[in-house]
Design a protein around this ligand. Structure first.
Ligand SMILES: CC(C)(COP(=O)(O)OP(=O)(O)OC[C@H]1O[C@@H](n2cnc3c(N)ncnc32)[C@H](O)[C@@H]1OP(=O)(O)O)[C@@H](O)C(=O)NCCC(=O)NCCS
Length: 179
């Protein structure tokens, strides 16, 4: 699926593989932490901590120059043959411009290139925007996890996407209404 506006230039950098981009990104860590805390309802979210975890994968997106504040990022981790996407966050002022899709696509491409067979994530059942984003990249719902989230308590939809043909053969696909 093409990005929404082909006139918008989105620059994506792989922070796990690009020290300069990582430094430029972390220069804005306090503001980005605030953005993530508000977008994800995670009160103690810290990018410094997230990017120090072993096996992390992260990409950042800029709408303009890399010196400016990044407009979004994705955090993931690799383990065994899975890419686990933890969070995708886009600045509210830059939404619906294709950044979320560009970031998720970059993470999936990296996962496939490094031998992961599937990508997995959990998302709040009410998060229609994110579920539609993931569906547009061929994720399917494979499980509903009851009361997975707290504050507010809510079910998670576990979604999966195959990075290697046939990798989802053993998974059930579940219907999740309302999205
Ligand atoms: C979910 C989120 C990352 C999407 O980022 P984005 O840059 O706005 O998404 P994109 O512009 O790439 O949109 C890609 C597709 O997602 C879907 N989508 C995105 N926002 C949507 C919305 N508000 N309503 C319905 N569908 C939406 C659409 O299918 C869209 O394609 P289209 O624009 O061609 O119709 C962003 O809304 C966000 O940061 N939300 C808060 C944090 C969050 O909930 N993250 C996900 C859980 S970790």
């Amino acid at each position: 699926m093409p990005d929404r506006d082909p006139a918008v230039t989105v620059r994506v950098a792989r922070l796990h593989a690009d020290d300069a981009a990582r430094a430029a990104f972390l220069a804005h860590a306090p503001a980005l932490d605030e953005l993530a805390r508000s977008a994800l309802s995670e009160h103690d979210f810290s990018l410094e901590v997230e990017l120090s975890r072993p096996f992390f994968r992260a990409c950042a997106a800029w709408l303009g120059d890399a010196g400016e504040r990044p407009a979004g990022f994705i955090l993931a981790a690799i383990g065994a043959d899975e890419l686990h996407i933890h969070s995708v966050v886009v600045d509210p002022r830059a939404r619906r411009l294709g950044l979320g899709r560009a970031l998720t696509r970059a993470a999936l491409e990296d996962g496939a290139a490094t031998g992961q067979r599937i990508a997995l994530l959990e998302v709040r059942r009410s998060n229609t925007a994110a579920i539609r984003l993931y569906r547009s990249l061929d994720f399917v719902a494979v499980r509903v996890r009851r009361d997975y989230y707290a504050d507010p308590r809510e079910d998670a939809v576990e979604m999966a996407c195959e990075l290697e043909p046939g990798a989802l053969a053993g998974f059930d696909v579940v219907e999740v209404g309302g999205t």
